[in-house]
Design a protein around this ligand. Structure first.
Ligand code: PLP
Length: 709
């Protein structure tokens, strides 16, 4: 091959079963590629028993060390997840990916031989198919010839398509010397016709497993030219073998329709939907990621591709998707009553949930008022706080104090107490006037000062405001401990307590907006618990239903409740309520969510994962373009900066956060940034290895993107 035609490519060799002849096919392909003048590398990353890797190294005369060819070996012929567990050894996916990259940089074509078939677990939660996808390689499916092979092969193809893997073709392998019967002779054509996947050839039974024999027997039977021509095909062609397709029928029609369907959803989305917090001009240029279903911590798109849900579907999911207990609770409730109003009536799940919430909330909260979203839970608190003082005759107490960088939702009340210029400034003429004070958080901290000392010094403005104006202040609203939407700005311990003390001293209500921090995100059920604070209002939403249904609750005290108990004629009722307030389905989901918290000891099991996160985040801090890493429990913000010293942020238009999230998506993780801050907020039920996978992918994506900006 001429130097200009040199190619860089890898193939992932998988099989319809174990013992099907993957190694023989890898060997045969290796020899045939070498015959064509290609420089070959092989990697059998995981081997359980046998000596396939040694065989490939020796017979293909490969110079790379055996450790490079086979980094993970366990002696027992078992599924890798078990074989390695029994050896008390761990398989490190990152090491495999890096090992592959290294070989790829040395060779033109690298053949990666998988273990067993696509759905074989490498680890408890990581399959061979995941590795093929993480390596981003086209797969070659090795199948046997004979009765039953149509079923095995089509199932493997279908699964590979469902998982979004690219299939290069099928190679059959004959591992017995018997005469070829009708099935053997007709299998390739039948499978090719039904699946639309090209058959690249058959490796016949080889008496002697050596180069000579392969060249003699396979050169005419395996179409290496077809593979090589695909390697040189222009980029972007989804299937280099398109020309081989026979008219769609059966499975082909089904899978083609599936792909067509996936594309159609994207087109219809662009035609009809307007997405929140999204510049639609950019959106219309991209292929939208359309979610079709979900399992555990994974979202699955209409192509069947799986994505680790790295932000818990916008900070709501707790125990994973499709959680049996919550599904069943909703279905049970559905068979009783789907909705009845709380205006003038009550319902059982709403009552039960209110009782449960009061039991788990900080002591002193006594009443629950339902609504539908985080924003509405804040509206309720603001209006209740305001009206309370009006009702009892302290009519001067009308103002709300809020903090710089605060975010309390998008309804106009929430926007009035919002402190993020980018989101809020345009609505200036529509909102009520609130009193804004410094956020205790500031970045970077002045030289010679600790974060904590600086935070307390910045709290002075708040204290002075309350001291001077408390008789006109109805309430102070805070996001306890973490100002989330502003980029996960973490307040040092002690700040919330100090705010609560000042509020109490001057009789101003404290509204704790725990929409983001509630339900375990900070490591405790509610962030207020970290400082033993009981607010006058506690706003809850997001994780309340475990991420299932829109439901919010505003909890308050008996004192506030009593401030609304007047004769009917006085018209001091709380005139507020939404149509779906206290929806029974949503309340049933929330009850099941709280039940799972108890049953699975979610908060207890979360603690080691929080520690793992802290340890893993250390390497991010060392990264040249990471200015700050903020973590409170399972809430993480990684701030990307052009330069650390002197501090220079990336410009908004550079979209560095968006680019990193696009890159992680390519590797099977969904994230959503807040400007230049990469947010990590996985479901509390994420496993240790998934957490690691998410961090590894994010780390690499940050490195990759910041290198090019
Ligand atoms: N309050 C806080 C602290 C939030 O983080 C959010 C949303 O992120 C809201 C309120 C608004 O919640 P929703 O989007 O459910 O209206």
């Amino acid at each position: 091959m001429a130097a200009s035609e040199k190619i860089k490519k890898g193939f992932f060799i998988t099989g319809t079963d174990t013992g099907i002849g993957k190694t023989v096919v890898t060997f045969a392909l290796g020899v045939l590629f070498q015959q064509k003048g290609c420089d070959i590398g092989v990697i059998k990353p995981i081997q359980c028993g046998g000596s396939d890797a040694e065989f490939l190294k020796k017979s293909l005369a490969i110079k790379d060390s055996l450790k490079e060819i086979n980094p993970f070996y366990a002696p027992e012929p078992l599924s890798p997840h078990l074989a390695f567990k029994r050896q008390k050894k761990e398989i490190h996916i990152k090491k495999i990916l890096e090992g592959y990259q290294k070989l790829q940089s040395k060779h033109e074509i690298v053949l990666v031989e998988g273990a067993g078939g696509l759905l074989v677990p490498i680890k408890e939660d990581y399959l061979v198919a995941d590795l093929a996808r993480d390596l981003d390689l086209e797969i070659i499916i090795v199948s046997r010839l004979g009765l039953g092979t149509i079923n095995h092969t089509l199932l493997t193809i279908n699964q590979a398509k469902n998982l979004g893997l690219k299939i290069g073709g099928i190679v059959f392998s004959v591992n017995h010397p018997r005469k070829m019967g009708v099935p053997e002779r007709t299998n390739p054509k039948t499978i090719e016709r039904l699946s639309g996947i090209p058959v690249l050839g058959t490796v016949p039974y080889l008496k002697n497993l050596n180069r000579k024999e392969i060249i003699r027997q396979c050169l005419s039977k395996v179409n290496v030219n077809k593979i090589l021509s695909s390697l040189r095909a222009p980029q972007g062609r989804s299937n280099p073998y398109k020309d081989c397709f026979v008219a769609p029928k059966g499975l082909l029609a089904m899978t083609e329709n599936m792909n067509l369907g996936a594309k159609r959803w994207g087109d219809l989305d662009k035609q009809y939907l307007w997405h929140p917090f999204t510049q639609m001009q950019d959106w219309l240029k991209e292929e939208p990621l359309v979610i079709d279903r979900a399992e555990g911590r994974y979202l699955i798109d209409t192509h069947g591709r799986r994505y680790l849900d790295g932000i818990s579907s916008l900070w709501v999911n707790i125990h994973g998707h499709n959680k049996k207990e919550i599904n069943e609770a909703i279905i049970r409730q559905l068979n009783r009553v789907e909705h009845s109003t709380l205006l003038g009536l009550s319902n059982v799940p709403a009552i039960e949930l209110a009782q449960e919430l009061i039991e788990i909330a900080p002591k002193g909260l006594a009443k629950v008022f339902y609504s539908d979203s985080g924003s509405t839970s804040v509206e309720v608190a603001l209006k209740m706080a305001y009206q309370y003082w009006q009702n009892i005759g302290k009519t001067k107490k009308r103002h709300i104090v809020h903090f710089e960088h605060s975010y309390h939702g998008d309804t106009l009340g929430g926007v009035s107490v919002g402190g993020i210029e980018l989101f809020h400034k345009v609505y200036r003429d529509l909102i009520f006037k609130a009193v804004k004070v410094n956020s205790p958080y500031a970045f970077p901290v002045p030289k010679g000062m600790t974060q904590s000392a600086y935070a307390f010094s910045r709290l002075r403005k708040f204290e002075e405001t309350i001291e001077k104006h408390h008789d006109t202040i109805a309430a102070v609203i805070v996001e306890p401990l973490v100002q989330a939407a502003a980029g996960m700005l973490v307040w040092p311990l002690g700040i919330l307590k100090r705010i609560a003390r000042v509020c109490k001293q001057y009789d101003c209500f404290l509204i704790a907006d725990e929409v983001a921090t509630g339900f375990g995100r900070t490591g405790k059920m509610f962030a207020c618990e970290h400082e033993n604070v009981t607010p006058d209002f506690l706003c809850l939403a997001k994780g309340l239903t475990g991420g299932y249904l829109p439901l919010a609750a505003t909890l308050t005290t008996q004192r506030v409740f009593n401030g609304f108990l007047f004769p009917y004629k006085d018209q001091k009722t709380f005139f507020h309520g939404h149509t779906y307030t206290g929806n029974p389905l949503a309340c049933a989901a929330a009850l099941a969510n709280l039940e799972v918290f108890k049953k699975e000891k979610t908060l207890y099991n979360l603690q080691p994962k929080i520690r793992q996160l802290t340890v893993e985040l250390k390497r991010f801090r060392r990264s040249p373009h990471v200015g700050d890493v903020r973590q409170k429990g399972f809430m993480v913000g990684i701030e990307l900066v052009r330069r650390k010293n002197p501090y220079q942020p990336y410009a908004w238009e550079e979209k560095v956060g968006i680019k990193v999230c696009q890159e992680v998506r390519r590797h099977g993780v969904t994230l959503r940034p807040l400007g230049n801050v990469i947010v990590l907020m996985p479901p509390l039920a994420i496993s240790n290895s998934e957490l690691k996978k998410m961090l590894d992918i994010t780390y690499r994506a940050i490195k990759q993107v910041t290198k090019n900006i």
